[in-house]
Design a binder for this molecule. Structure first.
Ligand code: FE2
Ligand code: FE2
Length: 165
């Protein structure tokens, strides 16, 4: 019979999933910053790259609280989301629609992170790991804020710029 699996196993598995994802995002953000045409969008990507360094560190702290080695597990979802972002860079380079496309790709990443951190924070609470829950909540807040900043940039200029003249 299969070994009983519990919320602890789900928690650890999902932690490995987002750890893998954050490391991929860390590599993708400088490429997105380089690709962006507006200075504001470049700056937003660069700022979030620095925050993402902190997300990786917080995850390492959560692994430590669990007494486990920090380890990633391939996450096909983030691989696909990042691949779509790369396609946008390739296909919209040099066009007025590039920044709107980059913002949409970045928001797909943020929303993926928000769903993961939202779940992990809840599970940490249920498992009585309040220190881990606090760390996960801090990152969740930064992901949500980034999502809002991106919406602001889309509304302020990128979407209008992308519309045909
Ligand atoms: Fe993150
Ligand atoms: Fe993020």
């Amino acid at each position: 019979m299969a070994k009983e699996k519990t919320l602890d196993d789900l928690f650890l598995d999902t932690l490995k999933d987002i750890y893998y994802a954050e490391k991929k995002i860390l590599k993708a953000l400088p490429k997105m910053a380089r690709a962006a045409s507006s200075a504001d969008l470049k700056a937003a990507f660069e700022k979030h790259k620095d925050e993402t360094d902190g997300h990786v560190e917080r995850l390492q702290q959560v692994f430590e609280l669990l007494g486990k080695r920090a380890q990633g597990k391939t996450c096909p979802a983030i691989d696909g989301i990042i691949e779509e972002g790369e396609e946008i860079i390739e296909e919209f380079k040099g066009t007025p629609a590039l920044d709107a496309g980059l913002i949409s790709a970045a928001q797909a990443v943020e929303h993926y992170e928000i769903t993961r951190y939202g779940t992990l924070k809840r599970w940490a609470e249920v498992l009585g790991m309040s220190d881990a829950a606090k760390l996960l909540e801090q990152t969740l807040g930064e992901e949500s804020m980034t999502d809002e900043v991106l919406t602001g940039l889309a509304d302020a200029s990128a979407n209008e710029m992308a519309k045909a003249a």
